[in-house]
Write a protein that binds this ligand. Structure first.
Ligand code: NAP
Length: 279
């Protein structure tokens, strides 16, 4: 049985970069809830022991790289999103049982709902990347009824594996097919690490995109990635990746502390100020 006041964690290896403590401790303060959220650096060889032990100290927590797949195997039951995605990013307790969920798909869709309402209507989506984040995003798109999802990846075999996993409505493509795919895309999503601060950019010519298209990037360091900057320069609607990070935190907080928190402009400002320190 966890102690009072309730404590939650984010565990990963490394973990120093995680912004989750800023988000959850802000909500605890704003809502006047006695509790704390902290980072735990847990190496892979002790992760299983941590999952067994955490209920004595914590009400739950988040799981990040490299433990999301191990957490999926170790929990006693999973929510539907985790079941489909094959990775767990949120742990909580239900009558002493360790439960696992995945909130990335929720966070992605909630961010678009807030910034681009109606985005899913007649959407034709092109997804760049086929890694862990793409898995959650293809699930989000499918569960919101998007029936034409084109997955484009440097390593075609991974795009094919992802399309096969989400049969019906998703197809796999090579990078050179992009200009043709973009010509009727209404939602372009970068899920690759291209555009991350200090790394290579996604050098994509956006001119074939229709003027009504929305471009979103889940990379959030920097907040305005080169892809979003070129979309904005073309006058396209853009949605940055910070909102996904903030929204994916909502369901976990609600499970641990019993109140559904809000993603507010003030929270966004606070996390943005912290991200500025990374430049
Ligand atoms: P991942 O599983 O390692 O996948 C990386 C993807 O990027 C793969 O599709 C990979 O292609 C592609 N890629 C990497 N370097 C490339 C290059 N030089 N050229 C073309 N493609 C390249 O990583 P992930 O977990 O999916 O995360 C991807 C990004 O999303 C990270 O930047 C992460 O921080 C961000 N993210 C953001 C949020 C949020 O809340 N906003 C949530 C999750 C992740 P190959 O298959 O060919 O290697």
């Amino acid at each position: 049985m966890a102690e009072f006041p309730p404590r939650a964690f984010v565990c990963g290896h490394p973990i120093a970069h995680s912004r989750s403590p800023i988000i959850h401790n802000y909500w605890l303060g704003e809502l006047g809830i006695e509790g704390h959220y902290e980072r735990r650096d847990i190496a892979p060889d002790v992760f299983e022991a941590f999952v067994q032990e955490f209920p004595r100290l914590y009400v739950g927590g988040n799981v990040t790289i490299p433990h999301k797949e191990s957490a999926w195997r170790l929990v006693e039951a999973r929510d539907e999103a985790a079941e489909i995605i094959g990775a767990v990013n949120t742990l909580w307790l239900d009558d002493g049982r360790v439960m696992g969920g995945n909130t990335d798909a929720y966070g992605f869709a909630a961010n678009l709902d807030a910034a681009a309402p109606g985005w899913e209507k007649s959407a034709v989506a092109t997804v760049l990347g086929a890694g862990g984040a793409a898995l959650a995003i293809v699930h989000a798109l499918q569960s919101r009824g998007v029936s034409d999802i084109r997955i484009v990846n440097r390593t075609f075999a991974r795009a094919q594996a992802l399309a096969d996993r989400f049969r019906g409505g998703s197809s796999a493509h090579d990078w050179p097919a992009l200009p043709e795919l973009l010509s009727d895309t209404t939602l372009l999503i970068n899920t690759t690490s291209l555009g991350m601060h200090g790394g290579p950019e996604a050098a994509i010519d956006l001119s074939p995109l229709p003027a009504s298209a929305t471009v979103t990037d889940i990379v959030y360091v920097p907040i305005q990635t080169p892809l979003l900057a070129s979309a904005a320069a073309r006058g396209l609607r853009t949605v940055d990746g910070l909102g996904m990070l903030l929204h994916q935190a909502v369901p976990g907080f609600e499970r641990w502390f019993g109140v559904r928190p809000e993603v507010t402009p003030r929270l966004r400002e606070i996390v943005m100020a912290d991200l500025e320190t990374e430049k």
